[in-house]
Ligand binder design. Structure first.
Ligand code: FES
Length: 281
């Protein structure tokens, strides 16, 4: 099999990061204004309001927007973690509140990125979560390799993905990328934050194109996104369902609930209105 057979056709896009989708979105964001956004963010520290983010593009089906990326960091020992935005304390109205956000490139990476589909109420999305940021293998993964080679709850190690340049499972093309279903900031919590990991040479290529967000948010070809469909909150999967082939999604992330398709190799900048986290107490 030649290289061109193994990999999906390039879309010809040299610039993988696109701008905010549609001029209407830009206008909407601009008209809301920074004052409103800041007030919403700082009133309680719980976040919420209009939020710009980077995510994997929704290319088909009813989902309204991309699924948000989680910044990947690999530590000195090779364990893979998801970076939680930097937490700072601010005085608001005589109260001290925690705000989780940091600037990466030209965007604010913030906890708000993940505040939809009920995740805004999960313990792990709050700054005071009592645990670490390592990705851990999830239960009942759709991948044979994950069921047989690693154990539920193990921390993810980059070496687990050594065969990512050739890996395949009979869905779509081999060698496009090796996935895993993992959890993030979910130890001893009532709710689990579901995350899809993907290591791919295409991700490494994207990161090498001199684009700050992609080089900062991925590491050694590994990328991560919150695996909550932006339509009705189901869990999509990359090469997780043979059904994906019927919807031209065999090499992409596919949501089995209503056939939405997401392309992890097309990162878009988008915007939505995030929910605030529930007030403490
Ligand atoms: S397409 Fe409807 S929940 Fe994913």
């Amino acid at each position: 099999m030649s290289e061109s057979d193994k990999y999906p056709e390039s879309s010809g896009r040299r610039q993988f990061v696109k701008g905010v989708v549609g001029s209407a979105t830009l206008v909407g964001f601009g008209s809301l204004g920074a004052v409103t956004f800041d007030a919403l963010t700082n009133r309680s520290g719980a976040g919420g309001g209009t939020t710009e983010f980077y995510g994997i593009e929704n290319t088909g089906g009813p989902a309204p927007r991309a699924m948000p990326q989680i910044v990947v960091d690999i530590d000195d020992e090779g364990y893979v973690q998801g970076r939680y935005p930097e937490v700072t304390e601010e005085e608001v109205g005589g109260q001290t509140v925690q705000v989780a956000e940091e600037t990466i490139g030209n965007i604010t990476y913030a906890a708000e990125w993940f505040q939809y589909c009920g995740v805004q109420g999960y313990a792990g999305v709050a700054p005071d979560y009592d645990g670490d940021d390592y990705f851990r293998y999830a239960s009942e993964p759709p991948y044979d390799w994950q069921r047989s080679e690693v154990s539920v709850g193990d921390r993810v190690h980059i070496d687990d993905f050594d065969d990512y340049e050739s890996w395949g499972n009979g869905i779509g093309n081999d060698g496009v990328g090796k996935p895993a279903m993992v959890t993030w900031r979910s130890q001893d919590t009532e709710n689990t934050i579901p995350v899809q990991l993907l290591r791919s040479t295409r991700v490494a290529d994207m990161a090498g194109q001199d684009e700050e967000w992609l080089s900062e948010s991925t590491d050694q070809g590994m990328m991560a996104w919150l695996n909550k469909c932006t339509h009705f909150c189901c869990a999509p999967g990359y090469k997780a369902s043979g059904q994906a082939e019927r919807f031209a999604a065999a090499n992409q992330a596919y949501c089995p609930c209503h056939q939405s398709v997401y392309d992890p190799f097309s990162i878009v900048r988008s915007a939505f209105v995030a929910y605030p986290r529930p007030e403490d107490g």
